[in-house]
Design a protein around this ligand. Structure first.
Ligand SMILES: Cc1ncc(COP(=O)(O)O)c(C=O)c1O
Length: 385
């Protein structure tokens, strides 16, 4: 039995997975599967805490991967349908992938021509059935907020455009895949599907399946699930397709925290809290996307009585999480709780500056936490030589 403790007793820094919230999300996703017959896959690039895969596997159909390593993780830990998409596969990776993946999605004509015979050979051997698909680019940008997450931007390497697609390609594959959304509602999916149908409709009639990628914020409060159900059913019925959705964020949205301790307070005209958690190391999307992570019991700068800049103990001057205000004065040794920290956090962190990786804890519905993974100096040294 692991020792249980409350969230404020955990060592810091520490990611905490909120299993109650995770299960609430999974129930919503399961309901979409039930109402549409679509299969929902966890995009492991977003959340790969495999300790929770037994729970996740109770509600959704499997995993998708960005390459060999994630594909192995899904195969070893989820034991359900296992898909992979990569902009380009290395030969040695593809050979292993074909032993463990059910769907392999390919990004270009070159890569399809390179690997088609290998896939056919595996299928002819009779030991395994691997379904092969192509990523298309419907050239339909529906968001301007996060340009780096727009695979439909001019010149994007992601997917084959209609002008480069033909019947010869269509006849070589079982399905099509698109991924164009990022934290979006089903109105943008509707716009995208119009473009997909208009451009690729004639090819869809030849396919067995359509994978609509990720970026569907299905478990967000304002998400229009009814419209999603309508859209999925429309595509399924019009083209006689098995539909797949592969959300990452929607699986673990708001289902995690990052607990950190205030190590120091520096007042150089701006009162700055120096934390043992870092944007650069532990929540890189804060700088990359960029965004301001929610923080428990806080407000915007100036909204509450005490405003601070939250920063970290790395050497990067710009390792700033944001300006936040509180009702009370913050003291050295206080703990702060960043929210929505399950997604794109553990999978993206690093040990820049030799900063320790946060431990990982799981919190049950009663608020009891158990540490499921701890990291140390060896994890820092182990990736160097
Ligand atoms: C091909 C593909 N599928 C699924 C996802 C998951 O997206 P999200 O976590 O936004 O739902 C991504 C994210 O980049 C992706 O590139």
């Amino acid at each position: 039995m692991r020792v249980t403790m409350k969230i404020n007793e955990l060592p810091t820094p520490c990611y905490v997975i909120d299993e109650g919230k995770l299960e609430d999300n999974l129930k919503i996703l399961h309901d979409v599967e039930e109402k549409t017959g679509a299969k929902i896959l966890l995009a492991q690039k977003c959340f790969s805490a495999f300790y929770e895969y037994p729970l996740i596997s109770k509600y959704i159909s499997g995993t998708t991967a960005s390459g060999l390593y994630e594909a192995k993780l899904g195969y070893e830990e989820m034991h359900k349908e296992n898909h992979v998409f990569s902009p380009a596969y290395r030969q040695q990776d593809m050979e292993e992938i074909l032993n463990i993946c059910d769907h392999v999605i390919i990004n270009s004509r070159n890569q399809l021509l390179k690997y088609k015979d290998l896939v056919d050979k595996v299928n002819q051997s009779g030991n395994r059935k691997v379904s092969i698909g192509l990523r298309i680019n419907p050239e339909c940008s529906t968001q301007t907020d996060h340009a780096i997450y727009d695979p439909c931007a001019p010149g994007s390497r992601m997917g084959i455009r209609l002008s480069d697609f033909d019947d010869e390609l269509a006849d070589m594959v079982d399905g099509l895949h698109f991924h164009t959304l990022c934290e979006q509602n089903s109105d943008d999916l509707e716009t995208t599907l119009k473009a997909v149908e208009e451009k690729f409709g004639k090819y869809l009639h030849k396919m067995k399946w359509l994978n609509m990628g990720g970026g569907h914020h299905i478990t967000r409060d304002d998400y229009d699930v009814e419209r999603l159900v309508r859209l999925v059913n429309h595509m399924k019925e019009t083209y006689d397709l098995q539909i797949y959705l592969e959300p990452g964020e929607a699986v673990a949205l708001n289902a995690g925290y990052l607990v950190t301790e205030v190590l120091d307070i520096v007042d150089n005209d701006i009162k700055t809290l120096v934390l043992d958690a870092s944007a650069s190391c532990h929540m890189p999307d804060v700088l990359e996307m960029p965004y301001r992570p929610p923080l428990k019991d806080s407000g915007e700068a100036g909204e509450k009585n005490y405003t601070y800049r939250l920063s970290s103990n790395t050497c990067l001057a710009g390792d700033v999480i944001g300006d936040y205000s509180f009702d009370y004065e913050i003291k050295i040794g206080d703990k702060l709780y960043f929210e929505d920290m399950a997604i794109y956090s553990m999978v993206k962190n690093n040990t820049f500056n030799g900063i320790p990786l946060p431990a990982i804890a799981a919190m049950d519905k009663d608020g009891n936490c158990r540490i499921i993974k701890e990291f140390g100096y060896e994890d820092f040294k182990g990736r160097l030589s």
